[in-house]
Write a protein that binds this ligand. Structure first.
Ligand code: ATP
Length: 420
């Protein structure tokens, strides 16, 4: 940013929102001059400068009114008077009452799942509800079932994260030790049978984690889902609600989905409709692909606080590499008692070779394929940066400095070209 970048003052009346988008390669600095304001549930500190970079889509909301200073030139910038924030706050209050009851009775707090089509602000509503919860001293779990974007790990995985403090304004939630389950594709329909099994694995380990700590147990879980809501996608929503024993489903924007769920979901689960914010921005396939790539880059290299990944060589002969699922055979060709779909949730050993280059590999905690690898969370991911056929080795980019333990590796369809 040049020193000459212009600073403009925006006066927000109460319940108004300043929205801006940065499409070009520029940065915008936001400062709260007076009053109170928050960004997706995190309070802005007065006189502190927050920097937003290309690709940011931002909404600074104020319940009481405030003055904001904005330096730089966003591509879109306006004040919105109509926002659903009061409805989101009321929903938080209802969830809060359930937490208070759970604390009193030392029982399990609310398990809330946010559903809706793509680009309706599901991730943003999760962030707002989680921030409001931690601001009141709770320690909820955030579960992300969206394999396409992978908010908590890399795309192609689903995860749960304990939230102990509000999201940073610029960087989101601190991603310390999430529980990650490897899936390996960027959309659930690539192997829906296995996606279902991943959801039930993550549900089991998340609920186990929930019960480890009294405060977390009463705080409950907020679950984000992907935008696939028709056909098998709808069935996945119902399966996830069952697996996580969801007590409240929040449907964003789609009355049809809301009515279908009211009809089909057990009456012990409340289904609530909430409007989407007019500020939520639609993202094209290309932007989604770019943000997937960015998530993987950040996993290895960090974003504002840089990370320094390690380059490690592994001999082919030391690798135990598998993929999940084999082409389906007709049921009549399967051994007695097995269905063709069983193939899709099994480990299949694969040979190391040049085709592995750029692929992500999940590192399991297990040392042999017999150890129920797919019913557990994983250690993390590495990315294959080189395959040396002569030396029969591969080179991987790894967040961990140690030589890789002698573990089972699982191939992901997702690729990352390391240009560092
Ligand atoms: P997906 O289809 O990937 O699941 P989603 O429904 O989870 O998307 P979000 O990721 O929450 O949607 O929102 C899409 C984009 O809109 C994000 O970049 C987010 O920062 C932006 N956004 C959300 N709410 C607002 C708002 N009130 N004003 C401006 N931008 C917003």
């Amino acid at each position: 940013m040049t020193d000459t970048a212009e600073t403009k003052e925006y006066i927000l009346e109460k319940d108004c929102e300043l929205r801006f988008e940065i499409e070009s390669k520029t940065q915008i600095i936001v400062e709260l001059k007076s009053g109170f304001a928050e960004l997706y549930g995190t309070e802005l500190v007065k006189a502190k400068k927050y920097t937003f970079l290309q690709g940011a889509k931002v909404a600074v909301f104020s319940y009481q009114g405030c003055v904001i200073l904005l330096t730089g030139e966003p591509d879109v910038c306006y004040i919105a008077r109509e926002t659903p924030m009061i409805q989101y706050l009321n929903t938080h209050s209802a969830i809060e009452q359930m937490r208070a009851k759970a604390e009193e009775r030392e029982s399990q707090g609310p398990i809330v799942m946010i559903v809706g089509p793509t680009d309706v602000g599901k991730s943003t509503v999760c962030r707002i509800l989680l921030n409001y919860a931690v601001r009141l001293g709770h320690r909820p779990i955030f579960t992300d079932l969206d394999v396409g974007q992978g908010n908590l790990c890399v795309p192609g995985s689903i995860s749960s994260l304990l939230i102990e403090r509000p999201a940073s304004i610029e960087e989101g939630f601190a991603q310390i030790a999430p529980l990650v389950v490897h899936y390996g594709h960027k959309s659930p329909d690539a192997n829906n049978e296995f996606y279902k099994s991943c959801i039930s694995t993550l549900a089991d380990i998340t609920i186990e984690r929930l019960k480890e700590d009294k405060r977390t147990m009463a705080s409950g879980i907020i679950i984000n889902t992907c935008g696939w809501i028709k056909g098998q996608g709808y069935q996945n929503i119902k399966d996830a609600a069952n697996a996580f024993q969801v007590g409240i489903i929040i449907v964003l924007d789609q009355e049809r989905l809301y009515n279908e769920l009211l009809r089909d979901i057990d009456s012990s689960c409340k289904v609530v409709f909430l409007p989407k914010s007019g500020g939520v921005v639609e993202r094209s396939q290309q932007i989604r692909a770019e943000s997937r790539d960015l998530r993987i880059r950040e996993y290895f290299y960090g974003s504002r606080s840089p990370l320094y990944p390690h380059s490690i060589d592994i001999k082919w002969s030391d690798m135990k590499l598998y993929k999940i699922g084999a082409p389906a055979l007709p049921d009549s060709c399967m051994p007695l008692g097995m269905k063709a779909t069983d193939n899709m949730t099994k480990l299949w050993p694969i040979q190391t070779g040049p085709s592995l280059v750029h692929h992500l590999l999940a590192l399991s905690f297990a040392e042999t394929a017999e150890q129920d690898v797919l019913k557990k969370n994983i250690l993390g991911y590495v990315c294959v940066t080189n395959v040396d056929v002569d030396r029969q080795t591969i080179t991987v980019l790894s967040p961990q400095p140690r030589p890789l333990p002698n573990v089972v590796m699982l191939l992901s369809e997702l690729q990352f070209i390391d240009s560092h």
